[in-house]
Design a protein around this ligand. Structure first.
Ligand SMILES: Nc1nc2c(ncn2[C@@H]2O[C@H](COP(=O)(O)OP(=O)(O)OP(=O)(O)O)[C@@H](O)[C@H]2O)c(=O)[nH]1
Ligand SMILES: [Mg+2]
Length: 393
């Protein structure tokens, strides 16, 4: 089957949560000018998958209208390989968006990607499939060059330096995504459909994996070592432009991940004002004792912060945890985290002053900054459980 796809101007892509239960795995092969490789890779993959998943997989070639007519050769192969589907995408280029376009028409429960130039050995598919294919299986299985059994066969020193440099840059700009995988540049992986379904994806350039980790609900990651093969036929499409796009892509992910932290900081600031105002009222109008006033003011501020965070900062998560009981549970956790924060704050303040910082106010400011970040992370993990795949109660 050959389908024609026209451009998608907004660049925002979504994958449906609905899968066909007959198809366990949909593997996308992005291609551009791969006429010498396409037949062999389809043959190798079909042989491997007919063995692991007979009748329960599909291969989807997404070709960007290659002038060498890769799409046409692929379309001819569909007669021989009924599990093969081919998309010819016109007037649009880009590896990452091609892969997502393939996943959009895919029917499998697990979605995957592999290069079509024979640099990714189909042999490791068995191990990757085993990693995702059971009840408590991984959300993501990545073929990695940087774990045991992995490597790059004949890379020049320059290419190794560029690759490592890109990885380090990723760790600096977007550590919470890039830091979770030993080979974040890998273009060979399998992911559970439900981990990325209904997310707004907007990848740029080549590195689809960082987009999946950055925007998906990826809890458990498995890595399988593989040896990156040298290209036998055709040319690499990697140019300097891909490096620039990679940096832009990381910055984009950084920004979207910072939004939550930014909202959390704004809410925190509103809490400072609430605390001050209540403290003032209780002291001046009701003449309560200082500690009593402080305690009540802090509690009102915590309630204020919780309300805003639950509705705004973590609104997308709370909506998936409906009901008063769950909300109360989130509130109790938030309250406890804030209380621990106060203790930590006092402890840090003492340590900083004791270690020689002259200004108590400066030390207090540093302590507040550290505790705010700590508060944020603990609340992300504990109260709203943002990284949970199903956000269970
Ligand atoms: N659909 C589509 N596929 C692409 C595009 N660019 C590259 N590809 C395919 O994506 C896969 C990886 O691209 P390569 O150029 O081989 O990149 P690489 O493997 O990182 O680099 P090399 O080791 O130099 O080959 C290959 O199957 C390409 O044909 C594109 O713009 N659109
Ligand atoms: Mg290649």
């Amino acid at each position: 089957m050959l389908s024609l796809l026209t451009p998608n101007p907004q660049g925002l892509l979504q994958i449906s949560a609905i899968a066909d239960h007959q198809i366990a795995l949909s593997l996308v092969l992005p291609t551009y000018q791969e006429k010498h490789n396409i037949e062999l890779i389809v043959e190798q993959l079909a042989a491997k998958l007919d063995y692991i998943l007979p009748g329960a997989y599909e291969l989807i070639v997404v070709d960007d209208d290659s002038p060498d007519l890769t799409w046409s050769i692929a379309a001819e192969l569909t007669a021989q390989y009924p599990q093969l589907r081919v998309i010819r995408r016109v007037d649009e280029r880009g590896l990452a968006t091609a892969v997502i376009r393939g996943w959009q028409i895919a029917r499998g429960q697990v979605l995957g990607v592999i290069d079509a130039d024979l640099q990714h050995p189909p042999e490791v598919l068995g191990q990757m499939w085993a990693a995702v294919n059971h009840d408590h299986g991984a959300d993501l299985a990545v073929a990695s060059r940087n774990v045991e059994g992995g490597g790059v066969s004949e890379w020049s020193i320059l290419r190794r330096i560029l690759s490592r440099g890109a990885q380090i840059l990723g760790l600096i700009i977007f550590p919470e995504g890039v830091g979770r995988i030993s080979d974040p540049m890998s273009g060979y992986f399998l992911v559970q459909r439900e981990a990325i379904a209904d997310k707004i994806l907007s990848p740029l350039g080549y590195k689809i994996l960082v987009e999946v980790v950055g925007r998906g609900q990826i809890d458990k990651i498995a890595e399988v070592g593989y040896e990156f093969q040298e290209r036998q036929s055709g040319d690499s499409k990697v140019t300097g432009k891909q490096y620039i796009e990679y940096i832009q892509h990381l910055l984009r992910l950084r920004l979207s991940h910072s939004r939550r932290l930014l909202l959390f900081l704004v809410v925190g600031l509103s809490g400072v004002f609430v605390d001050m105002a209540i403290f003032y009222l209780l002291r001046e109008n009701l003449h309560l004792a200082m500690s009593q006033s402080k305690f009540l003011a802090a509690e009102v501020a915590i309630i204020n912060n919780f309300m805003w965070n639950d509705r705004w900062t973590f609104g997308d998560v709370s909506i998936r945890q409906p009901g008063k009981r769950r909300k109360l549970r989130r509130f109790i956790k938030f309250n406890l985290v804030c209380l621990m924060g106060v203790i930590l704050n006092i402890l840090l303040l003492n340590i900083l002053v004791w270690s020689g910082i002259k200004s108590e106010y400066g030390a207090n400011f540093m302590a507040i900054a550290c505790v705010t970040i700590w508060n944020y992370w603990i609340n992300v993990k504990l109260s709203w459980r943002v990284t949970d795949r199903n956000n269970p109660d």
